[in-house]
Design a protein around this ligand. Structure first.
Ligand code: B12
Ligand code: SF4
Length: 498
C-alpha cells in the first residue's frame, strides 16, 4: 500500500523525515515523501502552475491510499489547495492533515481533510496505515479526528513518546523523496548540499511565551507525560555521524534547532565530552537569555560552539514580561550578549516588530538596548497571530485585531506579512521601527557612523526641531537603503526562481 507524505515550504522538515523511515519499517507499506517548495529567507512564494502540475503528476502516478500533509498555520491555505488537487485527481486517497495547525485549530482543519492528527504523529499514523492496509476500522485511533458519515469522531490523545531513541532519526538522501521547487522536480536531497547539518536533540520547551505554540501544547499535553524530553547523547552523536557519512554532504557545521538547547545540565556535560571527542565540528544553538549559565556557555564554547541565537523579541521589559510572558530583562540580555562576545561567539539576535502593543516609548527603549548590545546579526519577524495562542486571544479581546483579520488563510495569502519592511511614513511608530531596522540591520554603518557621532541619540531622544529633522533624515536613509538592498535581493530570488 502506497502512502504519500507532503511537507510544505521547508525541505528540512523533521516530522516527515522521521515518519517516512518509520513507515518503511511497516510491512507492505511503501512511503513516498513530497517536499513541496522551499521558503527563502522568510519569504514564501505561491506555487506556480508547473509546480502544481508536478505535484498532480506524482500523485496520479503513485496512486496512494493515504496522503498525509504536515501543516503549519501559515501554509494551511496551500495545504487546502493541494488537498483539493488530490481529491480531484485521485479520489480513492484518504487525506490526513497532521502537525501544529491541526493540533491547535482542529475544527478548521477537519473541514478540509478526511482525518486529522492532533499532537505527535508517529503512533497514530502507524496504526492508521496498518488499519487501512488490513481493511480494518481506524475510527478509534488515538490522536485522530475522523470524518465518518457526516459525523466527526474526536478520539482522545495518546501519551507522549517517552523514549525518543526508540523512533527513527530524520532520514536524508532517501530514494523515495521528491523535491518540488523552482518549477522543477529533483530527487537529490538538497539538505545534503547545505553547509550545515540540522539536528534536534529534544522536543518542546519549558517556557510558555504567549506568541508560541508551547503555550498551548503545555496545557494540551498536561496529563500525557514528560513535556520536555531529550534523546540520549549517544543517539544524537550517532545521527550526526551517519549524516557526515552520507556521500554528498559538504558540511561545515551543525545547527541544533532545539527550542532550548541547554535545558538539562547533566545531559550537557555528557554532550560536551562526547561531541568534542567524536564530532568536533563548529555548532550553533538557540537559547533563552534567562536560561543559560555562564559556566555552561564556557564548556560549550570549548566543545565548538561558534554562534548563539538569542530571542530579544522586544526592547521593552514591559512588553517582554507582561505581553510576551517572557521572564528576562534588558539587563540580563545585555549581560549575556557581552558574555557571548567575550567568548568570541557570533550572536544572532531575534526581534519581533509590527507589534500593536509597542508604543513610541517602548520602541525608543529598543533603540537604546540595541545600541548597548555587542555587534551581531539581527533577524526581524513581523508579529503574526496564530489561532488560539494566548497573545491572539488577548489581542482579539483588546480589539487590536479583528476576528477575520488574523486567521491562517490570511496569513498565508499575505507573504509580505512575514518580513518587517521599512515603510516611508509620517507615523512616529513606523519611523522608530525603521530606525530600529537601520540601527540593527546596518549595525556596522549605524554603529560607526551614526551612533558614534551621537546622531541616533540626538534624533531619537532629542526634542528640538533639529532632532526632528535628523529623525526624518534617518528615516529616509532606512527607507532608501531597504529599497537598495531589496532591489538586488529580489533580483537574486527571481533569478533563483523560488
Ligand atoms: C525547529 C523549528 C523550525 C526550524 C525547522 C527545522 C527543521 N529541520 O524542520 C526552522 C527554523 C527552519 C523553522 C522555520 C519556520 N517556522 Co518553525 N519551529 C520550529 C520548532 C521550534 C520545532 C519544530 C519541530 O521540528 N518539532 C519536532 C517535530 C518532530 O515535531 P512537530 O513538528 O510538532 O511534529 C509532530 C506533530 O506535530 C505531528 N506531525 C507533524 N507533521 C505531521 C504530518 C502528519 C501526516 C501527521 C500524522 C503528524 C504530523 O507529528 C510530529 C511528530 O510527533 C517549532 C515549535 C514547536 N514546538 O513546534 C516552530 C514552529 C513550528 N515554527 C513556526 C513558524 C511560524 C515557522 C516559520 C514560518 C518562521 C518564519 N517566519 O520563517 C518557518 C516555516 C518553515 C516551514 N515552512 O516549515 C511556528 C508555526 C506556528 C503555527 N501555528 O503553525 C512554530 C510552532 C513556532 C511558534 N511560533 O509557535 N522552524
Ligand atoms: S522560549 Fe522560544 S520556544 Fe520556548 S516558549 Fe518561548 S518562544 Fe517558544
Amino acid at each position: 500500500m502506497v502512502v504519500v507524505l507532503v511537507g510544505l515550504y521547508h525541505y528540512e522538515n523533521f516530522p516527515l523525515r522521521i515518519m517516512h523511515p518509520l513507515l518503511e519499517k511497516i510491512s507492505d507499506i511503501k512511503p513516498y515523501t513530497i517536499f513541496f517548495k522551499q521558503g527563502a529567507q522568510n519569504r514564501f512564494f505561491p506555487p506556480t502552475r508547473q509546480e502544481l502540475e508536478l505535484f498532480v503528476k506524482i500523485i496520479t502516478e503513485l496512486k496512494p491510499r493515504l496522503v498525509g500533509f504536515s501543516v503549519l498555520s501559515p501554509f494551511a491555505h496551500i495545504a487546502k489547495g493541494l488537498t483539493r488537487l488530490v481529491k480531484i485527481n485521485f479520489q480513492p486517497a484518504l487525506v490526513l492533515w497532521g502537525g501544529i495547525h491541526p493540533t491547535i485549530a482542529p475544527q478548521n482543519c477537519i473541514r478540509e481533510a478526511d482525518v486529522i492528527c492532533r499532537g505527535e504523529g508517529e503512533g497514530a499514523i502507524a496504526e492508521l496505515v496498518e488499519a487501512l492496509r488490513d481493511g480494518k476500522p481506524y475510527q478509534a485511533v488515538k490522536n485522530l479526528w475522523v470524518k465518518d458519515r457526516g459525523l466527526i469522531i474526536r478520539n482522545p490523545m495518546r501519551p507522549l513518546i517517552k523514549d525518543l531513541d526508540a523512533i527513527p532519526a530524520p532520514s536524508y538522501n532517501n530514494d523515495s523523496y521528491y523535491f518540488i521547487g523552482r518549477n522543477k522536480l529533483t530527487r537529490d536531497d538538497p539538505v545534503l548540499l547545505q553547509s550545515s547539518i540540522p539536528i534536534e536533540t529534544s522536543r518542546r520547551c519549558p517556557f510558555t511565551c504567549s506568541y508560541c505554540v508551547n503555550s498551548i501544547l503545555k496545557r494540551l499535553y498536561r496529563e500525557l507525560g514528560d513535556y520536555v524530553i531529550k534523546r540520549s547523547v549517544g543517539n544524537v552523536i550517532g545521527e550526526i555521524k551517519s549524516c557526515l557519512n552520507l556521500a554528498k554532504i559538504k558540511t561545515g557545521c551543525i545547527t541544533f534547532y532545539d527550542e532550548d538547547f541547554v535545558s538539562e545540565k547533566s545531559w550537557l556535560d555528557d554532550f560536551v565530552l562526547q561531541y568534542r571527542r567524536e564530532i568536533g565540528l563548529p555548532f550553533q544553538i538557540k537559547c533563552n537569555p534567562n536560561h543559560i549559565a555562564f559556566d555552561v556557555l564556557d564548556k560549550l564554547t570549548e566543545a565548538g560552539l561558534f554562534m548563539v541565537n538569542i530571542g530579544i523579541q522586544s526592547g521593552s521589559d514591559y512588553i517582554r514580561n507582561q505581553i510576551f510572558h517572557r521572564a528576562e530583562k534588558n539587563k540580563e540580555i545585555i549581560n549575556l550578549a557581552r558574555k557571548l562576545a567575550s567568548n568570541k561567539l557570533m550572536i544572532l539576535y531575534d526581534l519581533i516588530l509590527n507589534n500593536p502593543y509597542e508604543t513610541e516609548e517602548t520602541l525608543k527603549q529598543a533603540i537604546a538596548l540595541i545600541l548597548q548590545l555587542p555587534m551581531g546579526r539581527f533577524r526581524f519577524f513581523s508579529l503574526n497571530f496564530f489561532p488560539n495562542y494566548p497573545l491572539t486571544k488577548k489581542a482579539l479581546k483588546d480589539g487590536l485585531i479583528r476576528p477575520k483579520g488574523y486567521i491562517a488563510d490570511n496569513i498565508s495569502k499575505n507573504i509580505r506579512l512575514w518580513k518587517f519592511i521599512p515603510r516611508f511614513s509620517s507615523d512616529k511608530k513606523q519611523i522608530l521601527q525603521n530606525i530600529i531596522w537601520l540601527v540593527s540591520r546596518q549595525h556596522i554603518l549605524a554603529r560607526h557612523v551614526f551612533a558614534r557621532k551621537g546622531i541616533i541619540n540626538y534624533a531619537v531622544f532629542g526634542n528640538s526641531s533639529g532632532s526632528r529633522l535628523c529623525l526624518s533624515f534617518l528615516n529616509f536613509i532606512a527607507f532608501i537603503s531597504d529599497r537598495f538592498f531589496r532591489f538586488f535581493r529580489n533580483k537574486l530570488h527571481k533569478d533563483m526562481n523560488y
